[in-house]
Design a protein around this ligand. Structure first.
Ligand code: KG4
Ligand code: ZN
Length: 339
């Protein structure tokens, strides 16, 4: 494979149809067609509707990404696609498109682990970033700290014992009748409130768990309703967000101290959260850490991160996918496609 391959990345794991084009480490285009408006009226992603809309969007988005990058589809040297984790029907659209393109163009297809791609987004915004570093993974499906020791070495620890942090944001938002997706809405509302409600006693060195916090918020809302008392939604958002984020930052700071790796990056959709970014910056200054986080557009699901992850897979001689590549609903953070 040439040193600066032209990679076309495809991402369809949930409700964003995204295609990106990269030449080596240079991002040429990153088109994201979001289905948020379609799913909003249902209060969350409806898997079957997501698959159908990926089918409608995928070819126009591929065309637009090539046009924006100023390349022809025949120039592409490799195709990269998220094959898991995610919604199987949604993933299948991207996987089928990638395999068809790879077969038609006679180029290899790289099967990318979605969470590894979220971490790789940091290489786009920080080209000088090199392992070893710790990644705080905060997405809709995964939460925890990942030690990255090399381009293909991802070791997860201190992961959540139940719900992921993004899932908790979305569930709490739903309980508050806020629109989907809940994370950005809570982030916005929290800025207008004060974190004056104690949902869970703050314990240092606790393990990550979000199910109990979500239940504590729901119980608080029910009790208030039963008593006919007013609920200040902004205060609930600020209090929930502070508890959820502080828990993650405490665990990450503890990991930094234990492991002695001073470079810390954020990854996943919740990395877009303003309070999480502020807290990490603050802790970074206190502990003299090198902290990085991708711009908003590279935090939530996008295909640029998929193409960038594939670049490392190519450089490390990982095998391209066979034609029987299938979508996988659950992958561990460290899982790499083996053929
Ligand atoms: O990483 P992601 O785009 O999808 C998965 O791989 O799961 O993460 C989606 C999650 C959703 O739960 C969404 O509510 C959350 O990221 N999110 C946020 C913010 N923006 C997106 N959570 C908190 N604050 C935000 N600003
Ligand atoms: Zn994601």
């Amino acid at each position: 494979m040439i040193s600066n391959p032209l990679i076309l990345g495809i991402e369809t794991s949930c409700d964003e149809t995204s295609v990106a084009v990269m030449r080596g480490e240079t991002l040429l285009s990153n088109v994201i067609s979001s289905q948020i408006e379609i799913h909003r009226r249902f209060g969350g992603v409806v898997p079957e509707i997501a698959s159908r809309n990926h089918l409608i969007a995928i070819l126009p988005v591929i065309t637009e990404a090539c046009e924006k990058a100023g390349v022809a589809i025949h120039d592409v040297d490799a195709v990269a696609v998220t094959y898991g984790a995610g919604l199987v029907g949604a993933l299948l659209v991207g996987v089928s498109a990638a395999k068809s393109l790879g077969y038609a163009l006679g180029v290899p297809v790289y099967a990318v682990n979605h969470i590894q791609a979220h971490i790789a987004a940091n290489y786009i915004s920080s080209p000088d970033l090199k392992p070893p570093f710790l990644a705080i993974v905060a997405s809709g499906g995964h939460t925890g700290v990942v030690r990255v020791d090399g381009p293909n070495s991802f070791t997860a620890f201190d992961t959540t014992s139940d719900d992921a942090i993004g899932e908790a944001f979305d569930k709490v938002a739903r309980a508050l009748s806020l629109p989907y997706p809940g994370g950005p809405e809570i982030d916005k509302r929290a800025k207008l409130g004060t974190p004056c409600i104690e949902f869970m006693a703050h314990k240092k060195n606790r393990t990550l768990s979000y199910s109990g916090l979500k239940t504590a918020v729901v119980n608080y809302l029910h009790t208030k309703e039963q008593r006919g008392e007013q609920i200040d939604i902004n205060d609930v958002c600020a209090s929930f967000q502070k508890t959820a984020v502080d828990m993650l930052v405490d665990v990450a700071v503890d990991a930094v101290k234990r492991i002695g790796i001073n470079t810390v990056v954020l990854a996943g959709g919740v990395a877009a959260n303003s309070y999480l970014r502020a807290r990490l910056t603050e802790e970074g200054k206190k502990l003299k850490l090198d902290t990085r986080f991708p711009p908003m557009s590279l935090c939530t699901d996008n295909a640029a991160m998929v193409a960038r992850r594939a670049l490392d897979m190519i450089r490390e001689n990982l095998p391209p996918a066979k034609l029987d590549l299938n979508a996988v609903s659950y992958l561990k953070i460290g899982d790499c496609y083996k053929g």
